[in-house]
Design a protein around this ligand. Sequence first.
Ligand code: F6P
Length: 343
Amino acid sequence: MRVGILTGGGDCPGLNAVIRGAVRKGIFHHKDEFVGFMEGWRGVLENITMPLDLNSVAGILPRGGTILKSSRTNPAKKEGGIQQCLETLKKQRLDALIAIGGDDTLGVAVKLNAAGAKVVGVPKTIDNDLTGTDFCFGFDTAVTTATDAIDKLHSTAEAHNRVIVVEVMGRNSGWIAIYSGIAGGADVILIPERPFDVDKVAKSLKRRHDLGRYFSIVVVAEGAKPVGGTDQTTAADGKDAFGHVRLGGVGNMLASEIEKRTGFESRAVVLGHIQRGGSPSPFDRMLATRYGVGAIDAVHNSDFGKMVALRGTDIVTVPLEQATSRTRMVGQDLIDVAESLHD
Ligand code: F6P
């Protein structure tokens, strides 16, 4: 078969491992041929490709980023864009397309599939907020990076008796915040799922101070909002092609409000794109490789319009439409764990 592959949306560690897994299984076991589309859906819209063979995937397993590059191009926003994509797939004589991405990229995959293309999706996002899978690859590496940062910030916060607010990624859900916050022993964890009250945060930091702990670590997801506040804190005007604002700034806002209310010297650290970079963790290499192999299996089983997913320890396929229908939020079970560690 001739199979196209693309990586769309914000990059994350493990994209190359998926590409490698799919290409190696496809070539060794099915004699497939591959076409790599460059820069996500832009490559499909404009028919910009690179050859994908055993040589091009050699050595890429531990590399972050993506050899296919990525973009947030949205063909559905362009007049006739979906049709133009279908024409490219035809020109390239493709039997199937593997789209590796988050809800935006896979949302386009749903539309293309409905228009007649044979698409299989692979769930990617460090935010880990796709429904239908227990984990997206890239998340574990991001959590490892954030936890390492929180560990390091502990010693400097303690040395200076400071509050350090660590802003992590997480647009609509606080998976990175809650995992790295619990793993890093943060004193307060704030996530988009539960609007926060700055007065309550300040009071809990004061209680800790009264117990003789003169420093604190607060972890906040970039998309967290104050109670009663309708807007998330944004770092720039305008929206991307999928209608998202650029988030950022909640950490600085919190640090200054905490300092005002407690008198404790406070600082903010924004981890930003560091969380998306670097070599994938062994867990992400493993998961991404299984997803790549699973995607080729789905192609050869004619299991189109599906996304490969992790359920427990098994790789399964779920309808793409279901996977992109809503954001997967942090559950009450994890919130309870975080809350049970503090008074
Ligand atoms: O990929 C998701 C994400 O990491 C969000 O958490 C974040 O808001 C966004 O990407 C930032 O992406 P960019 O700066 O690349 O537009």
